[in-house]
Design a protein around this ligand. Structure first.
Ligand code: NAD
Length: 469
């Protein structure tokens, strides 16, 4: 019979991936099928998961967690106890880009994955299925196997099950995934059975034809390649946006015409200030590092270009602001609308807003920043790190505003850096009256109705669009 009974699932890492993924597994499994325990070394994070104020914002997450918590979904910082208890252990810890040493700035920092594997090796007494959920370089499963085999007391199956959710739509993506990918070494009987057990978990709600099984290496590499392709599309359309601005074409019209070709498709063709988030850049850098280590220099160079284009786009956007505002923004108040790397998340990791704000800060502008979901502390942390100065120094020229209207009041320009839906609905007539003139809008997400704004009197710059036609 297919299905699981009383399968004890633990997840090491209660972050953007571990928390939502485990909440969905708990919610979608039939009663008695699984018991889920999410573990994190951070007691603060665990306390937040057990409170009314979850540590991350995702549409639909709070309702889901509140419905399952205390039933078949639990959060704990007792990592060792959770490892001992579980039959299946997901590893969903962070794998950031290495900051120093060999491969710095490119390779994935595997410290946290290895630490999790070592804890499992140290304390496991009964057979475990270990599931690599973190995004990792190819052949990490082999390294994990070697660490686990040092245990000597029990057996392990090691699977790769990369996560494809996008922040901001994580719950929908998890509930209705395009596909679930499970990599296992089918030459090993333990891995073969483990693949079936994991397939059975997902099959509670994912159509069987959407659950793909591959060898471990293909699975690990597929995740890096998927993110590289997505980021490549953004950089491709952004490169076209520059050409549009130079030539008078409109990038939205070009994207629509191009995207209607069934071979290309319409998704991920929106021009913008650039991509952000904790994954795209990190995973491409990881891919580049991998290519270099295999001496595939042309391939490494090809993918590196996706990041270079993204950096250029952020810089180009900033230069456009400076040029548009008569080549000086010294002492001018600029309202920054949105700081998260995309809508529907409070996550700022690699957000283009960090780079843009830092460059405007260097130009001596006065910034007033508003984001509906990003914590103030996070903004100060990001900017002190990026601007290499203290919070006191920043606060001489940067303020955080309680609303978009407050940020805009008295400013020379509005900068739209995150595509929050609420920005579309602002009363731009009222805002215009409260601003210094001429009043500029620099729409880094092409969210706003540029023609309507021009009617109100704004000077509008949108990415890849004719300038004040
Ligand atoms: P995150 O930083 O939000 O969460 C990771 C958590 O792991 C942290 O809370 C940290 O305290 C905990 N942790 C680290 N080492 C630990 C240990 N040894 N024991 C216990 N807890 C430990 O990271 P995230 O965004 O959830 O990403 C996790 C992985 O998933 C990464 O490899 C990432 O590339 C991948 N991924 C992320 C996304 C995304 O959108 N964020 C999407 C797909 C895949």
């Amino acid at each position: 019979m297919n299905g699981t009974r009383n399968l004890k699932i633990a997840c090491i890492g209660a972050g953007y991936v571990g928390g939502p993924t485990m909440a969905v597994i708990a919610a979608k499994s039939p009663p008695g099928a699984v018991d889920v325990l999410v573990l994190d070394k951070s007691e603060v994070r665990v306390r937040e998961w057990n409170s009314d104020r979850l540590p991350i914002y995702e549409p639909g997450l709070e309702e889901l967690v509140k419905a399952q918590r205390g039933k078949n979904l639990h959060f704990s910082s007792d990592v060792d106890g959770g490892i001992r208890w579980a039959d299946m252990i997901f590893v969903a810890v962070n794998t950031p880009t290495k900051r120093c040493g060999i491969g710095a700035g490119q390779a994935a920092d595997m410290t946290f994955v290895e630490a999790a594997a070592r804890r499992i090796a140290e304390v496991a007494d009964t057979p475990k299925i270990v599931v690599e959920k973190s995004t990792v370089p190819i052949r990490t499963a082999e390294a994990i196997r070697q660490v686990l085999e040092a245990n000597g007391r029990t057996s392990f199956a090691i699977l790769s099950n990369p996560e494809f959710l996008a922040e901001g739509s994580a719950i929908r993506d998890l509930c209705e995934p395009d596909r679930v990918l499970i990599g296992g070494n089918v030459d090993r009987e333990t891995d073969r059975q483990a693949v079936q057990t994991l397939v059975d978990v997902y099959a509670y709600w994912v159509p069987r034809e959407r659950i793909l099984t591959t060898n471990v290496w293909s699975s690990e590499l597929s995740k890096l390649v998927a993110n590289a392709f997505l980021a490549q599309r953004v950089s491709s359309i952004n490169s076209v946006s520059a050409l549009c601005e130079a030539s008078g074409a409109d990038v939205s019209e070009v994207a629509r015409a191009v995207g209607m070709d069934a071979r290309i498709g319409p998704h991920f063709l929106g021009a913008s200030v650039g991509f952000g988030g904790s994954c795209f850049q990190k995973d491409i850098l990881n891919l580049v590092y991998l290519c270099e280590s295999f001496k595939l220099d042309a391939v490494a160079c090809y993918w590196r270009q996706v990041i270079e284009m993204n950096n250029w786009q952020k810089e180009r956007f900033t230069v456009r602001i400076l040029h548009g505002m008569y080549n000086t923004i010294t002492g001018k108040k600029i309202a920054v609308l949105g700081f998260a790397f995309k809508r529907d998340t409070g996550d700022t990791r690699e957000s283009p807003a960090i780079d843009v704000c830092a460059r405007l800060w260097e130009e001596q502008a006065l910034l007033s920043i508003y984001d509906p979901k990003v914590d103030a502390e996070q903004i100060w942390d990001d900017l002190t790190r990026r601007c290499h100065c203290t919070r006191d120094e920043l606060q001489q020229r940067i303020r955080l505003a309680p609303s978009a209207e407050a940020a805009a009041h008295g400013s020379h320009a509005l900068l739209l850096l995150t595509d929050w839906e609420e920005f579309r609905a602002l009363d731009f007539g009222q805002i215009y009256r409260s601003m210094s003139k001429p009043a500029f809008v620099f729409d880094g997400r092409n969210l706003l109705d540029a023609a309507a704004l021009r009617q109100l009197g704004y000077v509008v710059y949108a990415v890849g669009k004719p300038i004040d036609p």
